[in-house]
Design a protein around this ligand. Structure first.
Ligand code: 13P
Length: 250
């Protein structure tokens, strides 16, 4: 069966000492069987935070991005090989902030996903619509397009390495959460797409996370929905007690 996942995305936050004490706290949380905790850590801290959480087999770290090429003259970029060489095995790709600020396109993300899968990484692939798209009633088609353009020419076997995070842009960092019903209906749609494009097994075994103002007060209800397998959490993952409560919300 698919896993429950509580993933924190720290984004560009926390000084090292803060990151260390937060991850020490997380490493002491008892993670239920069938649940996985993932911390999306800034590049400079990955190796050290990985050591901090090593005592807890239920907790892992992820990079927040990677470059699509193996190496070369790409100043400021980080390759999958570099990440692998320090033991990192998971990467977040396609976050709406990278799509918006770094102009990452579906096509570029398709390249990054392929490179990551080839390098043996697990990918948390983000998708989600803007408020304008939602208000126009085009969110199902929009999200479907994102997935189709970046993921749908993969093979069924590749899906063992993929987690989808549905993160409506209008709910990120705004305090406005998609209602559990709104999130459930689009998660169910995504799962149906996986079934129709790949097969039943891919649909049933792929974890689909919700992201966008997840907090202790709403995590339980969101995670209780049949097609919501956890959360990708920004702000609340920076607060030890809040993230602990979210981890315990399954
Ligand atoms: P918030 O939880 O702060 O809304 O952020 C969500 C997010 O972007 C996680 O990747």
């Amino acid at each position: 069966m698919r896993k429950n996942i509580a993933a924190g995305n720290w984004k560009m936050n926390l000084a090292f000492e803060e990151a260390k004490s937060l991850s020490e706290h997380v490493s002491n949380v008892q993670v239920a069987d069938g649940t996985e905790v993932i911390l999306g850590v800034p590049f400079p801290y990955l190796e050290q935070i990985q050591k901090v959480i090593a005592s807890n087999p239920g907790v892992h770290v992820a990079a927040q991005n990677c470059h699509q090429e193996a190496k070369g003259a790409y100043t400021g970029e980080v390759s999958l090989g570099m990440l692998a060489s320090i033991g990192i095995k998971t990467v977040i790709l396609g976050h709406s902030e990278r799509r918006a600020y770094q102009k990452e396109t579906d096509e570029l993300l398709a390249q990054k996903v392929k490179a990551a899968l080839q390098a043996g990484f697990k990918v948390i692939f983000c998708c989600g619509e803007s408020l304008e798209t939602r208000e126009a009633g085009e969110h199902f088609d929009f999200v479907e397009g994102q997935l189709r353009n970046s993921l749908f020419d993969l093979e069924a076997k590749d899906w063992k390495q993929i987690v989808i995070a549905y993160e409506p842009i209008w709910a990120i960092g705004t305090g406005v959460t998609a209602s559990p019903e709104q999130a459930q209906e689009i998660h169910a749609h995504i799962r149906t797409l996986l079934k129709n494009t790949f097969n039943e097994q891919v649909a049933e075994e792929t974890s689909i996370l919700y992201g966008g103002s997840v907090k202790p007060a709403n995590a339980k209800e969101l995670f209780s929905k049949s097609d919501i397998d956890g959360g990708l959490v920004g702000g609340a993952s920076l607060k030890a007690a809040d993230f602990e409560q979210i981890i315990k919300s399954f």
